[in-house]
Design a protein around this ligand. Structure first.
Ligand SMILES: Cc1cc2nc3c(=O)[nH]c(=O)nc-3n(C[C@H](O)[C@H](O)[C@H](O)COP(=O)(O)O)c2cc1C
Length: 251
């Protein structure tokens, strides 16, 4: 039987994670190890779908930022309505979009410690115009969707993996963020783990604001079964694992 740590043990683990001293002298970056890719590689013959770019979006008039900040709420019930491809592209851009390349650092619409951006974005699409339902991955560098796979009984599996939170599978799309810790560890060593968690908050907050802007809603979800979710996303659970997810639907 699995032995769960006590609260005190778990808190000590959190405290030790938070207080890891930054010691650049023993990081892989300092040792001259080549920097890891900023995006998980994909097979050359993978099916990829171009997403509309910011100057091509038709999103109508959007509320101003103070209004968006004021009205953002967690939404757990959604209308049975589709997202357009422009809307999906906007949400992906807002959460992980690249706006500057050309240096070793790839700057995105969200901040990240050391510009390491140790996340991958997976999507489970239920109702997005012109896209086959199933699992995809966002490719920020290409601003494309990568087709991953289709799954049977996906509503039931998603609900089970989120510990019975049935609303997660009732939106038009679910965003999942995995982390590839080495991308951050390469620069920060043991101090990477604190900043990976801090980085995740910015990403999801942008999803809240961008969803609200297009008349949709989202809800951050961190209550899930780690193994079941990693299995569902088909990630290895070691070098890459699920960290956070959020369904999006029209409200
Ligand atoms: C890190 C984090 C994890 C959360 N996990 C869940 C979750 O698993 N299920 C859920 O229904 N809401 C979850 N929430 C949403 C919170 O319950 C919600 O933000 C809170 O009740 C405040 O409501 P508001 O977002 O409408 O202001 C989470 C929020 C955060 C920031």
């Amino acid at each position: 039987m699995t032995r769960h740590p006590s609260l005190a043990e778990s808190r000590a683990f959190l405290r030790d994670t938070i207080r890891q001293q930054l010691d650049f002298s023993c990081t892989d970056q300092h040792q001259g190890v080549p920097r890891p890719p900023v995006e998980k590689p994909f097979p050359a013959d993978a099916v990829r779908i171009d997403l509309p770019r910011p100057d091509e979006w038709h999103l109508g008039s959007l509320p101003d930022l103070p209004t968006l900040i004021a009205i953002r709420r967690s939404c757990r019930s959604f209308r049975d309505a589709s997202l357009s491809l422009d809307e999906l592209a906007f949400l992906l851009w807002a959460t992980q979009g690249v706006h500057q390349t050309g240096t070793p650092n790839v700057f995105r619409t969200v901040p990240s410690a050391g510009c390491r951006h140790a996340f991958e974005t997976y999507l489970c699409l239920f109702n997005v115009a012109d896209l086959t339902p199933g699992f995809y991955r966002y490719l920020p560098l290409e601003h494309q969707l990568l087709w991953e796979f289709s799954e049977t009984r996906v509503h039931a599996k998603l609900t089970a993996a989120t510990l019975g939170q049935a609303f997660v599978a009732r939106g038009a799309a679910v965003f999942f963020w995995t982390t590839v810790p080495y991308r951050m560890e390469w620069r920060y060593g043991l101090a990477a783990h604190r900043v990976i968690l801090l980085d995740a908050g910015h990403v999801c907050q942008n999803l809240y604001l961008a969803s609200t802007a297009i008349g949709a809603g989202t809800c951050a979800v961190a209550a899930y079964d780690q193994q079941a979710m990693d299995r569902l996303l088909r990630v290895d659970g070691q070098d890459e694992f699920t960290l956070y997810l959020a369904p999006v639907g029209k409200v």
